[in-house]
Design a protein around this ligand. Structure first.
Ligand code: NAD
Length: 252
């Protein structure tokens, strides 16, 4: 796919990896549908997309809400004239052990803590992928969907909810590669390692140092190192049904 003038929707594009992807793809001529919960953050992404030489529209939408996702993707098609790419990037963390014992008391991860992550990180990917596929089929030019998984898909302590969702979205990319190939639509996933964004800025410095020491590359990744993998998957028409790991060599 030549990205010049193609419309690419990115969820969670208000900051972090999503914003880096938006700016990186805009520099290649893509027009960006910026989807997030935070209008102020999206306005800043739009400004940076324009500074990179392209244009974009902002869409306030909770990816876990079916009605909002349906109306957002219909609006993108109406406003921007068809959709060629989707990056399912929006995600949240609500970490905690499933069960722990402290001072002799057993406590559990709550169902709400489990469900909130499943709703955004798994159901949100399903809802956006489904609507994007409809718009791509209607557009008749095929397209490409990329799900942002995580190295945590291998199973990370304290992340029952997150690891399950991230394994799920890697699997969804394979399912969609098989189901949607007949419409000229490809699907892939990217599993980033630890990347320097607002999400990881919340980690304690000692934990960050210990974690970085365990990465063969001995450093965290930069958002552009994920954005360039997104561009590669969009541009290469023979990549489908794969999970690309971009993690400095780290294995959990
Ligand atoms: P971030 O927290 O910096 O940004 C996430 C964005 O998603 C925010 O702008 C937020 O407003 C938006 N968002 C959250 N819930 C939403 C919802 N319900 N609807 C719409 N938008 C919503 O995170 P990040 O580090 O940029 O991570 C982006 C993606 O990459 C996430 O899926 C994350 O799980 C994944 N990831 C990140 C890392 C890392 O080290 N940063 C590693 C592996 C995977």
């Amino acid at each position: 796919m030549d990205l010049q003038n193609k419309v690419v929707a990115i969820t969670g594009a208000g900051q972090g990896l999503g914003r880096a992807m938006a700016v990186y793809l805009a520099a290649k001529g893509a027009r960006i549908a910026i989807i997030d919960l935070d209008q102020g953050h999206m306005d800043e992404t739009k400004r940076q997309v324009e500074a990179a030489g392209s244009n974009g529209n902002t869409y306030l939408c909770n990816v876990a809400n079916e009605e909002q996702v349906e109306s957002t993707f219909a609006a993108i098609a109406a406003d921007m004239g068809g959709l060629h790419g989707l990056v399912n990037n929006a995600g949240i963390l609500r970490d905690g052990l499933m069960v722990k014992v402290k001072d002799g008391e057993v406590s559990k991860m709550s169902l709400a803590q489990w469900q909130s992550v499943i709703d955004v990180n798994l159901t949100g990917v399903f809802l956006c992928g489904r609507e994007a596929a409809v718009q791509m089929i209607n557009g008749g030019e095929g397209g490409c969907i990329i799900n942002i998984s995580s190295i945590s898909r291998a199973g990370n302590m304290g992340q029952s909810n997150y690891s399950a969702a991230k394994a799920g979205v890697a699997s969804l990319a394979v399912v969609w590669a098989k189901e949607l190939a007949r419409y000229g639509i490809r699907a892939n996933a990217i599993a980033p390692g630890f990347i320097a964004t607002e999400m990881t800025a919340g980690m304690k410095p000692e934990a960050l140092e210990k974690m970085t020491a365990g990465i063969p590359a001995k450093r965290m990744g930069q958002p552009d190192e994920i954005a360039s993998a997104v561009a590669f998957l969009l541009e290469n028409d023979y990549m489908s049904g794969r999970v690309v790991e971009v993690d400095g060599g780290l294995r959990l």
